[in-house]
Design a protein around this ligand. Structure first.
Ligand SMILES: [Zn+2]
Length: 116
């Protein structure tokens, strides 16, 4: 669980692969999304410009409990959102190999037998 159980706010940590500071939180109440975003605050319009189909931006709300990531549906408003925004973390660190799959080879079978 990446959401702080006491406050429900985002947790600041470092990406284990590239070491960049990131914010992590489960965003949403029903079907929550496990979000890891760069801990770099941007104006709403700059964050929206970085958004792609696979990289979302998030509206940052600061409460007494801490910092909370929210869906950036504030872009629909006519006035620009005054809150800082962050964008999903795109990791540039080294890939972590999955040892179970990369070293597994198919077992040889006699000719004519199907492998499963
Ligand atoms: Zn990273």
């Amino acid at each position: 669980m990446t959401r702080d159980s006491r406050t429900g706010s985002a947790r600041r940590r470092k990406c284990p692969r590239c070491g960049r500071p990131v914010l992590q939180q489960l965003v949403g109440r029903v079907a929550a999304l496990d979000v890891t975003a760069d801990d770099e605050l941007l104006p709403a319009d700059q964050a929206a410009a970085l958004r792609t189909d696979n990289r979302l931006d998030w509206c940052l709300r600061t409460t007494r409990a801490g910092t909370e990531l929210q869906w950036a549906d504030c872009h629909r408003r006519r006035t620009p959102c005054p809150r800082p925004h962050v964008v999903d973390h795109v990791c540039t660190g080294p890939r972590v190999p999955s040892p179970a799959r990369s070293r597994r080879r198919p077992v040889p079978v006699p000719a004519g037998q199907l492998t499963l």
